[in-house]
Design a protein around this ligand. Structure first.
Ligand code: HEM
Ligand SMILES: *[C@@H]1O[C@H](CO)[C@@H](O)[C@H](O)[C@H]1NC(C)=O
Ligand SMILES: *[C@@H]1O[C@H](CO)[C@@H](O)[C@H](O)[C@H]1NC(C)=O
Ligand SMILES: *[C@@H]1O[C@H](CO)[C@@H](O)[C@H](O)[C@H]1NC(C)=O
Ligand SMILES: *[C@@H]1O[C@H](CO)[C@@H](O)[C@H](O)[C@H]1NC(C)=O
Ligand SMILES: CC(=O)N[C@H]1CO[C@H](CO)[C@@H](O)[C@@H]1O
Length: 321
């Protein structure tokens, strides 16, 4: 038991060292050192501007990044638009992805193009912007690997089966993450992203009506029902972390232990004994969570990346060249 708890963080550290050293995916932190040395500064400036206007962009960008990486890999395929409305972003699993995150990347791309045109991918800009958003909400800072190229495929029909659903069991969630070579530990750490942002009522209504999920704290369940009547309008949203909704911290895990996980997919991390220990560890120690989150985000950001002469450097993030 003690071993499995330790190995979660130990494994994370080893992954950072091994992948960092060998550069297995051929992404590097200084990829644009010669071609666009200002890229991270330029993106951060746009993030700061946008966050000051619209704080919700933080959570929106973080979720956008997750959905991008889980379908076709981290290649900005989620940003593609078509007249037919049949691209990734239009899939029903993207339900409620707002346009703030996409708008942020478009603006950052514009700023970058005006200094170093045709050099930096939209995929890399999304990775940098996500990192900066997490930091702006008080989350851990980390370096990002760069050199991804933008993808050439974006189809709503290819989203199905990749994005986990809020009604999933632990095994079902584990499977969707394992498909991307992410461990249970990575999955638990990444779920901590639900420490910021909001949800539509529809995503957790299954736990309130017909019968109140016995795993829900009754006080919390009553609050949720007061905000979300049966068949609630999709304009109503609920903070996913009822305690510190605007701070990127480990309170998400404390909430899980108090019966205040919003989705079935959150709650199972604590109710299932095989993942409970890690939840407790993250709830009790912010540093352990931060370390595991950084490691998992770096792994997530390498999923299915296009490098070398694969893909392209999109001129406009919302259309193929
Ligand atoms: C473990 C499986 C996961 C499931 C089932 C899941 C599901 C969901 C659902 C249903 C919503 C609310 C959508 C709505 O009704 O408005 C949501 C929101 C969100 N998710 Fe997840 N998610 C998962 C993992 C992740 C991961 C790995 C990340 C990022 C690393 C993430 C980041 C977010 C964020 C930041 C929001 C809030 C978005 C906003 O406020 O605009 N989620 N997620
Ligand atoms: C696809 O998504 C875009 C915006 O994100 C929206 O404007 C458009 O109406 C959607 N198309 C369909 C067919 O749902
Ligand atoms: C997972 O790892 C295997 C073996 O290293 C690799 O072939 C595969 O492409 C990886 N999958 C993803 C989604 O990165
Ligand atoms: C949801 O609420 C908005 C704003 O109050 C309203 O304009 C819209 O018609 C409502 N939609 C439904 C389906 O009730
Ligand atoms: C349920 O929530 C209430 C109010 O936030 C809290 O005082 C109580 O300790 C929680 N109950 C359990 C079993 O965690
Ligand atoms: C950002 C985005 O395009 N979101 C879309 C996700 O899918 C739903 C349902 O198909 C669309 O209504 C959203 O516009």
């Amino acid at each position: 038991m003690e071993v499995s708890r330790r190995s979660c963080v130990l494994y994370s550290l080893i992954m950072v060292v091994v992948l960092g050293k060998t550069g297995k995916s051929h992404l590097t932190e200084n990829f644009y050192a010669k071609t666009c040395p200002m890229v991270e500064t330029l993106v951060k400036k746009e993030v700061d501007k946008k966050v000051n206007q619209e704080f919700a962009v933080i959570a929106d960008t973080l979720r956008l990044f997750f959905h991008d990486c889980f379908v076709e890999g981290c290649d900005a395929s989620i940003m593609i638009e078509s007249k037919k409305g049949d691209t990734e972003k239009n899939a029903s699993d993207n339900l409620s992805l707002d346009d703030d995150g996409i708008d942020l990347v478009i603006k950052a791309k514009k700023a970058v193009e005006s200094v170093c045109p045709g050099v930096v991918s939209c995929a890399d800009i999304l990775v940098i912007a996500t990192r900066d958003c997490v930091a702006r909400a008080g989350g851990p800072r980390y370096n990002v690997d760069l050199g991804r190229r933008d993808g050439l495929i974006s189809k709503a029909s290819r989203v199905t089966g990749n994005i986990p659903k809020p009604t999933f069991s632990l095994n079902q969630i584990k499977k969707t993450f394992a498909m991307k070579n992410l461990s249970q530990c990575d999955m638990i750490a990444l779920s901590g992203a639900h420490t910021v942002g909001v949800s539509r009522c529809k995503s957790f209504a299954n736990r309130l009506y017909s019968r109140v999920d016995p795993l829900l704290n009754l006080t919390y369940a009553k609050q949720l029902m007061a905000t979300c009547p049966k068949n609630a309008n999709s304009t109503i949203t609920v903070d996913m972390d009822p305690n510190t909704p605007n701070i990127f911290d480990n309170v998400y895990y404390k909430n899980l232990m108090a019966g205040k996980g919003l989705f079935t997919s959150d709650v199972v991390l604590y109710s299932d004994l095989s993942s409970r220990k890690v939840v407790k560890k993250f709830a009790n120690n912010q540093d352990d969570f931060n370390a595991a989150f950084i490691s998992a985000m770096r792994k997530l950001s390498r999923v299915g990346v296009k490098i070398g002469n694969q893909g392209e450097i999109r001129r406009d993030c919302t259309t193929f060249n």
